[in-house]
Design a protein around this ligand. Sequence first.
Ligand code: TYD
Ligand code: MG
Length: 477
Amino acid sequence: MLFTNITILRYICLGKIIVMAKVKKAFFCNNCGYESPKWLGQCPSCGQWNTMVEEVISRGEGPSSKSYAAPGINAKPQKLSEIEASGNEERISFGSLGELDRVLGGGMVKGSLVLVGGEPGIGKSTLSLQIPLSNPNLKTLYVSGEESARQIKMRAERLGGIHDGCYILPETSLDNIIDQAKAIKPELIIIDSIQTIFSTAVESSAGSVSQVKECAVSLLRFAKETNTPVIIIGHITKDGTIAGPKVLEHIVDVVLQFEGDTRHSFRILRSIKNRFGASAELAVYEMTGTGLREVLNPSEMFISTHEETLSGSAVAAMLDGTRPFLIEVQALVSTAAYGTPQRSATGFDVRRLNMLLAVLEKRVGFKIGAKDVFLNIAGGIKVADPACDLAIIMSILSSNFDVAISQKYTFAAEVGLSGEIRPVSQIERRIAEAEKLGFERIYISSYSQKEEKQHKKIKVIRASSIPQIVRDIFQED
Ligand code: TYD
Ligand code: MG
């Protein structure tokens, strides 16, 4: 009798263990979304350390019927030649926000999923609310998991243009969002933000890797099934990846990145992935008291307009994506107050600045080893185009000699390790932009391609070494 009781007890215990074991957990990499059944110190996919976190995937009640992410049923292969497709994708245009159309490759493709990423406070919510407000003919469902309906109304009043075609849904449950979208049948859905919404198909909390992944896949599926374009907003972590799960970038059709310095008013919207057009397109916006305003001629914004010419400033003709820009580079060189000279750069890679200083010291013979060097890119933007090298070198020399460079001169060349002046891509477009803005001279590499057309208003000066340009600029008279 005792024996059977113990056996029954044991079976009950075992049964419990089996039920408990059904709670499905997994480890996800916070950085790239890699899934692993056990904890790992280093993620095998992206190589980051200490990024694996445990998440509950399901409580074991069987596969959730609520998941919209289930694979397609009974799909069959078709011959490519027999698939019917209209030549062009159907796109919706954002009217007065024409720059956004351009970044998307000519409007937003119906049924596409677009991710807009950016750091907190950069203006993602503002931009996403301006889209419905400036398009009264577009029936839009704006879902916010972060702000109440009243808060959104207050913001909309500030931005102006309230109309009947814009529906607001303060909601965080994906299931309800999809139900409401099916009922209202909007022409565009905006979700602010993907990290605040959750699906009941996954047990982990909102914002976790598995939730974000599940919600994005469900929305993608909804977008494709109903041919409704969906914009999702995603927060970016400090290191620049979109909210930990880089996995989002693989799921969506288009990734737009909203960047800029929150202390300045300029914002850049950049396309970093686009399944329907060229990536590397960008649009420039200015944050004003009444929302974001498009900047159609960015070059004029990034060149400061001081009356007299000041030493330490030079203009670079750079290219960002496919867009030529003229930006002002400012340098300050002073005798080092302490033993070790300081080098600091805002908007530019300080390692590249150190390299350029080493080139100046070693190859050109300028002694600035015992000087502090501060570099600043005007307007609070970040530059990575090597074509800025020459302008940076010239601004440093200008500050060092305390001799101003004419505001009518601009530079577009890379500087190599042996001090040589190297050609940069798309020189024609840089020259054209400088000419359009009334510059009188542009210094480029003598190895640059020969220009196809003659420039009447701008003098193109080809140089092969820094001393040659120094003679030309600082010893003119
Ligand atoms: P927001 O869109 O809330 O940023 P995000 O959603 O990316 O976190 O915008 C935040 C900043 O924008 C805030 O600091 C205030 C500023 N802002 C303006 O300057 N003008 C405006 O008209 C609005 C709506 C916001
Ligand atoms: Mg926001």
